[in-house]
Write a protein that binds this ligand. Structure first.
Ligand SMILES: Nc1ncnc2c1ncn2[C@@H]1O[C@H](COP(=O)(O)OP(=O)(O)OP(=O)(O)O)[C@@H](O)[C@H]1O
Length: 247
C-alpha cells in the first residue's frame, strides 16, 4: 500500500537566490491500494507533477511522508521493483544512445544484476506492448510517439512493479493512439495485476481507465470519488471540470 500523509511542498519563486517561496502542495493525504487504478485530476499548475515526483521519491516533501508498504520512498530500497514511472515526455526520458533492448533491459539489470538471464524477456515485453521483436535494435529517434511511449511502458512494466505512476503519459499522443495506449494499460493491468496512479488533466481518460479519481486544485485535495459515482461529485471545482466534458 502507498500511504501519503499530509505532504507539503514549496519552491523558491524567483530561482535559487530568491527568499520568497510558493507553496505548491498543501498537506495532501490519501492511500493507494494494491491493484487499484487511481486517477489524479487537476488543471495545469495544480501540483500534479510535483506530487508525482514526491510519490516516486525523486524529490522529498517539506512536510509529511510518502510510504510504500510502510517504508519511506526516499529510501531507494523501498521503491526498488515496487514503483516505476511513465512520463509525458517520452523522448527525453529515454537515453538517445541506447537501443530499445537496452532501454527495456535497464530496470531488470538494476533489480536482478548484470548477469540476469533476460533471454526471451525483452521479446515478450515488446510483444505485450504491441511491438515486433525487430524493434529491439532501434534507437529512440527511429520511433513514432506512440511507439516510443510503448517502449517506456515496457520499461516501466519490466521489473513487474506493484504500482506505475503515469504522469500525463498519453497527453502528447494523437487521439486514436491515446485510446490504444489506454487499452494497452488495461490489458497489462489484467496480465500483471499491477495498479496505476494515473495523473492527468483529462477527466475522460481517467474515467476510462481508473477505479477512483481525486481532484487536486491549487495543491489541495478537493475530492475523491469512485469513477462509477463521478456524476455525484460535490465540490464546485470537480463539478466544473466534469461540466467541461459532459455537454
Ligand atoms: N522545480 C520547481 N521550481 C519552482 N517551481 C516549480 C518547480 N516545479 C513546479 N513548480 C511550480 O509548481 C506549480 C505546480 O507545478 P506542477 O508541474 O506540479 O503542476 P501540474 O499540475 O503538473 O501542471 P501541468 O499539468 O501544467 O504539468 C507551478 O506553479 C510550477 O511553476
Amino acid at each position: 500500500m502507498l500511504h501519503v500523509h499530509r505532504v507539503q511542498k514549496s519552491y523558491r519563486k524567483g530561482g535559487m537566490l530568491s527568499r520568497e517561496k510558493k507553496q505548491v502542495l498543501h498537506g495532501i493525504s490519501f492511500d493507494w491500494m494494491p491493484g487499484e487504478c487511481l486517477g489524479v485530476i487537476g488543471e495545469s499548475g495544480s501540483g500534479k507533477s510535483t506530487l508525482a515526483r514526491l510519490l516516486l521519491g525523486i524529490e522529498k516533501p517539506d512536510g509529511g511522508t510518502v510510504r510504500f508498504d510502510g517504508r519511506n520512498v526516499a529510501d531507494r530500497k523501498a521503491r526498488l521493483g515496487k514503483i516505476s514511472a511513465v512520463f509525458q515526455d517520452y523522448t527525453s526520458s529515454m537515453n538517445p544512445f541506447y537501443t530499445v533492448e537496452k532501454i527495456v533491459l535497464e530496470p531488470l539489470t538494476t533489480r536482478y544484476g548484470r548477469h540476469f538471464n533476460h533471454h526471451g524477456k525483452i521479446d515478450s515485453l515488446l510483444f505485450q506492448v504491441g511491438l515486433d521483436p525487430a524493434y529491439r535494435v532501434k534507437y529512440p529517434h527511429e520511433l513514432s510517439g506512440g511507439e516510443a511511449q510503448r517502449v517506456c511502458i515496457a520499461r516501466a512494466v519490466a521489473a513487474e512493479p506493484q504500482c506505475i505512476v503515469l504522469d500525463e503519459a498519453i497527453s502528447s499522443l494523437d487521439g486514436s493512439v491515446q485510446v490504444q495506449v489506454l487499452d494497452l494499460l488495461k490489458d497489462l493491468r489484467k496480465l500483471y495485476g499491477m495498479g496505476y496512479i494515473f495523473i492527468t488533466h483529462d477527466i475522460e481518460a481517467a474515467a476510462y481507465l481508473c477505479d477512483r479519481v481525486m481532484f487536486i486544485r491549487e495543491g489541495r485535495l478537493e475530492e475523491m470519488i469512485g469513477v462509477n459515482r463521478l456524476k455525484e461529485v460535490q465540490s464546485p471545482y470537480a463539478q466544473h471540470m466534469l461540466k467541461m466534458v459532459i455537454r
